[in-house]
Design a protein around this ligand. Sequence first.
Ligand SMILES: Nc1ncnc2c1ncn2[C@@H]1O[C@H](COP(=O)(O)OP(=O)(O)O)[C@@H](O)[C@H]1O
Ligand SMILES: [Mg+2]
Length: 273
Amino acid sequence: MAFLEVKDLYKNFGETAVLKGVSFAMERGEVVSVIGSSGNGKTTLLRCLNLLETADSGSISVDGETVFPLSKTKDKSDSAQQRLTFGMVFQNFNLFPQYTALQNVTLAMDVQAKKTLTSKNPFSPERRRALKELREKNEAEARQLLARVGLENKVDNYPCELSGGQQQRVAIARALALSPDILCFDEPTSALDPELTGEVLKVIKQLRNEGRTMIIVTHELEFARNVSDKIIFMADGVIEETGTPQELFDSPKSEKTRAFFEKLSEKVTEDDN
Ligand SMILES: Nc1ncnc2c1ncn2[C@@H]1O[C@H](COP(=O)(O)OP(=O)(O)O)[C@@H](O)[C@H]1O
Ligand SMILES: [Mg+2]
């Protein structure tokens, strides 16, 4: 059994069928890139994996455990834990504007840490001491994570004081802080000026070299070719074709895949003229 198994996911928004039976599998440590034109359900697929949307049917299992559909016998705290199976980096960073870079990273860690405390009484000195220790530990870890994405000098800056590339790197540090089994990126560079994409792609490459399991929705085809073990091409709510970067980019089998590449190369030629 593969590390991640997605079987036959369907998702409608009202009358619109967005996912029409999506199935794929990946191993731990693999990097899979998802490509395809806008409106083909790539974001919806990532949101269903992260349980930010509820698929209408199908199943998702990670490491042999079913994460979707949620088991009725499990309690809520279990399902809250399950969300950490997947981490998400959004197209528009989604940082909290009122918190510093450091606070954006520690916030979720502190919420998670609180759940591990044994005493529930907020006035108990023992709980307050334990919480203080956890917060200090989280802060140290968050500083390390921000240093890993090259932002050791920006920990106390607010999102509005950071460039888009820096904000996205904070968002990556925040996603890493919860140690997800699988990290998902939804077009992590498409909201950035071209000169800022490199610094974000470099961080993702570094994560790949560390053996992180990642699913990356991207329009950066050259990048996808370089970092991915496997490429998924989505069209009309299904996986139209999947293969290694060589297979998919150099000898696509499906007519739709070929048409997608042709349209892109026409666009590049137009942009050059
Ligand atoms: N929350 C939503 N409510 C209604 N329609 C949605 C919602 N999210 C996405 N859609 C629709 O689903 C389709 C696929 O969207 P999306 O998954 O964002 O595609 P992609 O990421 O490939 O561009 C689009 O037609 C979009 O309008
Ligand atoms: Mg999208």
